[in-house]
Ligand binder design. Structure first.
Ligand code: HEM
Length: 445
């Protein structure tokens, strides 16, 4: 367990070298083992199995104290299906153009703040952009006066949530105890506990998000394009609206699932680009041809094939989430192994992405693997798969292209001096160390 927390990837490498494409770990607290699969045939079974028998919500239970019991990530069965249907329309690929301007403008504002010749944390800067984008496109908050308190609360909450104490609370404390510890931290002496600031930041975020929902309910939302307004107008097949509790949990889910994940992938992409200057030059040359000096437009994105391949290769080699989990609810055989009820079946993103038979010379960064290629969803799945595949995949891909196209066509970056970048754990994601330091060498491409 200690090794899993401290160095998850070397541990997965060692176990797969020793035991092959299926192995299991017994962890304290879980009565049944966690079983890791890295064989595409087993992954296919996990994607296509009945969601009633392979339950993602139950496997994600550690997130309950953070996101609330109505979160899409925590639901299974009919409730998951209902909620997912209500949430799909704002995330449909076609909708992305409506969010493109907010994504580009947030990037341009952030670029203005970058000092020339000084080291900055690229990961932190990307977090500012992805948070701003979520507040404008998902929460629909535009005016600075309303944005500032929400931004402050969200920054405080997500920073504390991904700190050591936040990560330990998430991964080590069982959900019911976490909720008890949270209640205690809100009272009297409890305020002195080390996790009390995290609990108070969560409470403040909760208060502001609930206020936002209440205010938006009574506003005229005709013509509004943000996700919250679309969810407020949505009705299920029985004509029912989402409740305030459901909306709160889903707003926090989209924030937690979409903010750090996208920012960290952007940071890994810059890491790989700076390590491969010849490829970076090719990406820039295509950007110069397609975008030139003007701001990036939605129509440019599908012509930026090399940038697209760069992001895909980054997510192959350094996926920020190394596995997806399903709790087995009925005895079944996966990959030739009989699993009991309660076992956690894992499709190992990291191990499948590094199989030499699927990806020749797997540790080499080579985006050309993805140019013009059709990829099998059991060989490559950074966004998970089956009925639970990431809801925000189109959103994240669109945002990453807009942000990188804007950055790379406006500034030149270099790696900052210092130790080699390694993988570190931040909450549930795997990030580049030291906040991915870079130096802005000059403005203009
Ligand atoms: C590079 C960025 C991202 C990565 C790598 C990523 C990855 C993932 C993964 C691996 C899952 C689990 C899938 C499974 O269990 O099969 C997931 C689920 C989810 N993601 Fe993302 N994600 C990203 C960005 C986003 C964004 C931007 C949003 C929303 C704004 C989002 C919202 C969600 C939601 C709501 C789920 C739960 C879906 C369900 O259970 O039905 N994600 N994501």
């Amino acid at each position: 367990m200690v090794r899993w927390l401290r160095e998850p990837l070397p541990m997965l490498d060692d176990l797969s070298a020793r035991y092959g494409t299926a192995f299991s770990i017994k962890v304290p607290r879980l009565p049944q083992p966690m079983v890791f699969f890295s064989d595409p045939a087993a992954v296919k079974q996990i994607w296509s199995g009945d969601p009633e028998d392979l339950r993602a919500g139950e496997a994600n239970v550690i997130l309950r104290s953070v996101l609330g019991g109505n979160s899409l990530l925590l639901l299974d069965g009919a409730r998951h299906l209902r909620e997912r249907r209500l949430m799909l329309p704002p995330f449909h690929g076609e909708r992305m153009k409506a969010y493109g301007t907010a994504m580009r403008d947030a990037t341009m504002r952030e670029l203005e703040r970058w000092p020339i010749g000084k080291t900055i944390s690229f990961a932190e800067s990307m977090q500012s952009i992805t948070l701003e984008v979520i507040m404008r496109t998902i929460f629909g908050v535009g005016e600075e006066a309303k944005l500032a308190p929400l931004r402050d609360a969200l920054v405080r909450w997500t920073t504390l949530g991904t700190s050591r104490i936040g990560t330990a609370m998430l991964l080590l404390v069982p959900p019911d105890q976490a909720e008890r510890l949270q209640r205690f931290a809100r009272s009297g002496l409890g305020r002195l506990l080390p996790w009390a600031p995290l609990v108070s930041a969560q409470q403040e975020t909760d208060r502001l998000v609930r206020e936002l929902i209440a205010a938006r309910r009574v506003e005229d939302t005709t013509g509004r394009e943000d996700v919250l307004s679309m969810l407020l107008a949505a009705r299920d097949e029985r004509g029912q609206r989402m409740t305030d509790d459901e909306l709160r949990d889903e707003m926090l889910t989209m924030l937690v699932a979409g903010h750090e994940t996208t920012a960290t992938t952007l940071a890994w992409t810059i890491h790989h680009l700076l390590e491969h200057p010849a490829w970076l030059a090719k990406v820039r040359a295509q950007l110069a041809e397609v975008v030139g000096d003007r701001p990036v437009e939605p129509g440019d994105l599908e012509r930026l094939t090399l940038l697209d391949a760069t992001i895909k290769e980054t997510l192959r080699l350094t996926p920020i989430i190394p596995l997806v989990a399903r709790r087995v609810a009925k005895p079944m055989t996966i990959g030739g192994y009989d699993l009991p009820v309660g076992a956690i079946a894992m499709a190992s993103i990291y191990l499948v992405h590094r199989r030499a038979d699927l990806w020749p010379d797997p540790t080499r960064f080579d985006p050309m693997r993805f140019v013009g290629a059709k990829i099998d969803p059991t060989h490559y799945f950074p966004f998970g798969g089956g009925t639970r595949r990431c809801l925000g995949m189109a959103f994240a891909n669109y945002e990453m292209k807009v942000v990188l196209a804007t950055v790379l066509s406006r500034v030149q970056l270099g790696a900052a001096p210092g130790p080699r970048i390694k993988v570190v754990r931040r909450g549930i994601t795997l990030a580049p160390s030291d906040g991915m330091p870079v130096v802005v060498t000059r403005r203009g491409a």
